[in-house]
Design a protein around this ligand. Structure first.
Ligand SMILES: C[S@@+](CC[C@H](N)C(=O)[O-])C[C@H]1O[C@@H](n2cnc3c(N)ncnc32)[C@H](O)[C@@H]1O
Length: 217
């Protein structure tokens, strides 16, 4: 074996069956690589966020972005995307006239990527990507909000949005609807669907329900 040429050694390696030990090593190596990618690339920034509030990065599809923007037609002012990923919704919103267009994203790699895409599109000075925890952002001045987050997170986010947003705010959710809210409009089908919610209508709905409960006591 010591005298084998590299080609011969490789041919011998290829023809030898892996065996249980080889399969175990391969599985452990793959697992380690996936874990390293998860910790190093997908998860940085989430260490202080409770596990149940961590949402993985899945970019909105082109149809989803189109549906979200359709629901925002006719709206003016600024726009905030909570959990902005690679920044595609923010960039599109800016291109459709929303100013300022801001994305809040915890993962630093995604923030760098968003800035790169904005720079490549020639809009890097017009959009803003901030590495911040969406739960800590003050939303009291936001009129147009977009979200694409997991259903478990949306049920908690409802309360923050209800407490902080101005009455004339519009919230647009992509892929998953808010569990307790009634949309004023929807757009698209299946995984690309988007839902629009008028905040004043949600507040009135909650007040009516509270009054009903009180009258039944
Ligand atoms: C499903 S992706 C959506 C990305 C983007 N909005 C889009 O539509 O393409 C959700 C994003 O929210 C980010 N995220 C999750 N929790 C967050 C938090 N607490 N603060 C800021 N960003 C968060 C994730 O890193 C991920 O990029």
């Amino acid at each position: 074996m010591a005298d084998d040429s590299p080609d011969e050694a490789f041919a011998e390696f290829k023809s030898r069956p892996l065996g249980i030990w080889g399969v175990a090593q391969l599985a452990a190596g793959t697992g380690l690589a996936v874990y390293a990618m998860w910790v190093g690339i997908l998860q940085p920034g989430f260490r202080k966020v409770p596990l149940r509030l961590q949402v993985p990065y899945i970019p909105a599809s082109k149809s989803q972005v189109r549906n979200v923007m359709t629901l925002l037609k006719g709206r003016k002012g600024g726009l905030v995307d909570l959990g902005s990923g690679d920044g595609r919704i923010v960039l599109e919103a800016h291109q459709q006239g929303f100013t300022p267009a801001i994305g809040y994203e915890l993962n630093p790699w995604l923030v760098y990527m968003s800035r790169f895409y904005a720079w490549r599109a020639g809009h890097n000075e017009k959009v803003s990507y901030r590495r911040e925890d969406l739960w800590k952002v003050d939303l009291s001045e936001c009129k147009n909000i977009t979200v694409f987050l997991a259903p478990s997170v949306l049920s908690l986010l409802q309360k923050k949005l209800q407490d902080e947003l101005p009455d004339d705010a519009l919230v647009v959710a992509g892929r998953f609807p808010f569990p307790d809210w009634t949309p004023c409009r929807t757009e698209g089908h299946g995984v690309d669907r988007a839902w629009a919610y008028n905040i004043q209508a949600q507040r009135q709905h909650i007040l009516r329900n509270n009054d009903k409960e009180k009258s039944q006591e």
